[in-house]
Design a binder for this molecule. Sequence first.
Ligand SMILES: Nc1ncnc2c1ncn2[C@@H]1O[C@H](COP(=O)(O)OP(=O)(O)OP(=O)(O)O)[C@@H](O)[C@H]1O
Length: 580
Amino acid sequence: AGRGGSGLRQILTDVIEEVRRSVHQDIDGADILHSLLNSPWLQSLLKVYECLQRHLRNSPPPALDYASGLIWDTCLKFLTVVMLVFQALLSAHDTVAQKDYEPVLPPMPDDIPDDEEATRIVCLVKNKQPLGATIKRNEVTGEIFIARVIHGGLADRSGLLHAGDRIIEVNGFSVDGMEPEQVIQVVARSQGTIMFKVVPITERPVHNQTMLYVRAMADYSPQQDPAIPCADAGMSFKKGEILEIVDQTDALWWQAKKLPSNMSCAGLIPSTNLLKRKQREFWWSQPYQPHALTWIMFLSFFSAEEDLMALDEKCVEAAGFRRSMRLCRRRSHSVTQPSCHNRCPSSCCYSAMSSPYEEVVRHQRLPQDAHRLIALLGPSGVGVNELRRRLIETNPNIFQGAIPHTTRAPRGYEESGREYYFTSREIFDNMVYNNRFLEYGEYKGNFYGTSIESVKEVLNSEKICVIDIEPNAIQAVRTHELKAYIIYVKPPTLEHLRESRQDSYIITNYYVNRPFKDEDFQEMEETARKMEAHYWQFFDHVMVNDDLEDSCAQLLTAVRKAQDDPQWVPASWIRPTAES
Ligand SMILES: Nc1ncnc2c1ncn2[C@@H]1O[C@H](COP(=O)(O)OP(=O)(O)OP(=O)(O)O)[C@@H](O)[C@H]1O
């Protein structure tokens, strides 16, 4: 002990060594003593002893003088909590064991016939919203059924009424022998609570609804649709709007909401199948009469396209950078049109245009992905080229146009690959044949065209390619490969055109630069109206070109958003199908 705590263990080690040697000398009992001294408990005991010795030397001050009293306090609190938990658990057990949770029901009347169907009483509290259900009558039995429950409506949210439930009474009135209209009147008259007595449908269909978002490719108005089962339950929409299809159970009438939406209740819209069927029926039953068609939405499918961009074939001296390409476009509408048919002999352009809905997905471009092609479109003279030029000027390291191809001979200062790609007629024809042009045309015996490759070249260099297109190139740029973001440049009102274009010059087919006249503005408005009527559904962004500076800023913002923000794009771009 005189050698201190740590000395003790040293002594023990020495003793063990001594005894170990005795074991080898065969001294009686030495092996027992050796294992005793070597045992772990003795080692641990000595360790504890050593610790105590250390604390004796520099003993810590006590936190409390009387700590043992705390244990009772802590125990009491702990026990109270445990007891409360157990009490709740046991009381839940007793409730379940005694089946105490069921409501107390009045005794069953004795005079119920054996074949009585199970009925359900449903009470709904009417608010300002419609009920959100439609009814129909079985023509054979005369029975009234719930035909459809509108997603998110009052009936749907109650979870108590389902399509197929047979209505027996409304507010105590038997519906036996009533016409559906009479039933609706009873419902409409009721104030506060409506009570339905129904025979619930025995087997409710299981709905495996998949999320479906579509872009409307035409306008729809339920009020003008005589085929809709209930016009009040219908939802109108305009072409270009994004719709969330929330219910496709019915093959003919879907339920949808418009996005972005704060509508809680969906509305009925015709399904793709129904529209295509109607379209076919119409197609076969009618002589070509686009303007006689007032029934819902087919106006945009069948009206004449030829009148859209009709521009006289006029001759003009072309001058300036790529002006020939622009002028050739104006004259070449009829030339570019066949290129579309060449591209898709099965007239896919028509079928793409005539599909009533286009499936879309919300897509976010990743930083490593190629930029989306920016395609500007607008009536001639509105300022598409001016805006495009100014955008590129803001930062030529980021924005670039596509270099057109031409069969004309280069002029002295021109270089192939800078102003144009100068090619032979044979190569040009070959490219046309292989659908390599987004659009092309002829001007003064020479051919001009914008190739897909020239656009890809810009996109592959990590720049943003900005081009201007004519409407007949829309289908060619809306591809998985180019993912065009189409910006429609709209003219302002006549008054604003007059004001803003006072010092501007127009390039017409007769004159290269002459001041704007009122008839130019009127023509611009007329062309804009037609363009919007036919192609609005394809416009990702619409901007009005009034004040030039403002428009340039707006364009820059739109282009940034196109590249950086999530956008609705055709689903086929993201999960390409065999067709795309
Ligand atoms: N917001 C504006 N305010 C005033 N002048 C404008 C505005 N936008 C364009 N301009 C001018 O209008 C004229 C026509 O514009 P631009 O050449 O860009 O037309 P465009 O839409 O490309 O038509 P086209 O392809 O038929 O030539 C140009 O002189 C241009 O500077």
